[in-house]
Write a protein that binds this ligand. Structure first.
Ligand code: URA
Length: 238
């Protein structure tokens, strides 16, 4: 990317206006690679330098990282001739960017979905070796007890014989549980509940790594991730 004026970069990449950007720069509130830069006209390459204002790190990376609050009824694929995909829900200017969902949620599952054009990142996020945890809220068709908590903690054996890693279940009510898993097998949560005799009636993903679905991201809404949030995605339990 070509170098541009510092005030222009800040205005382009944040919600700060160019006038505000100039004030911040002149006031010594902006650093470029850790050094205070007081000249709004200073030329910088936003893809190479780390630019920080008082509370924002400029996100000028080459790749796009987007979070979506996926609604039920759309599929986690890039394109489909018949069904609406999560990519179809993106604003028009993002639909041409070779984006794809990093991991799948079932058509009827809602919640946090990451959409990116960074294959390496998606691979890291999804690889069982990374053991990035995912947290779901499941509503089931019968009363849950300590027994299911223990079965999940011991590692459920799916009906096809596959053994799952231990999962942490917390009861939110008789029929609603928060479940944390460290792998991403096909229909994993539904199959884990099926293996212990329950049917999942609704499912929502609320967290990946340490990144939670924000309360203010309504269904179908998307927004770009901040650098700090991208880092949270790959972080495991502290
Ligand atoms: N587990 C499921 O069963 N479905 C999902 O969509 C995600 C996890």
């Amino acid at each position: 990317m070509a170098s541009e004026r510092l005030d222009k970069i800040i205005a382009n990449y944040t919600s700060i206006t160019r006038t505000q950007a100039r004030k911040l720069i002149v006031g010594g509130k902006v650093t470029v690679d850790g050094v205070v830069m007081k000249k709004p006209e200073a030329k910088t390459d936003p893809e190479c330098a780390v630019i920080k204002t008082e509370d924002t790190t400029i996100n000028a990376k080459r790749h796009l990282y987007i979070m979506m609050n996926k609604p039920a009824g759309v599929i986690s694929a890039s394109r489909d001739n018949n069904a609406t995909t999560v990519i179809d829900l993106l604003p028009e200017h993002l639909q041409r960017k070779n984006l794809f969902p990093a991991g799948r949620l079932d058509k009827d599952t809602e919640g946090l979905l990451i959409i990116t054009d960074d294959g390496e990142f998606a691979h890291r996020l999804l690889s069982p070796k990374s053991k990035v945890n995912k947290v779901y809220i499941a509503r089931v068709d019968n009363t849950l007890t300590e027994n299911e908590i223990k079965l999940f903690a011991d590692g459920v054996q799916l009906k096809d014989g596959t053994k799952c890693l231990p999962a942490k279940m917390t009861l939110l009510s008789d029929t609603v549980a928060e479940v944390q898993i460290y792998e991403g097998k096909y229909h994993q949560i539904k199959r884990m509940f099926a293996a212990v005799g329950f049917q999942v009636l609704s499912l929502q993903r609320i967290r990946i790594g340490q990144l939670s679905l924000p309360d203010n991201l309504s269904k179908s809404q998307v927004r770009e991730l901040k650098i700090e949030e991208i880092e949270l995605l790959c972080e495991n339990d502290r």
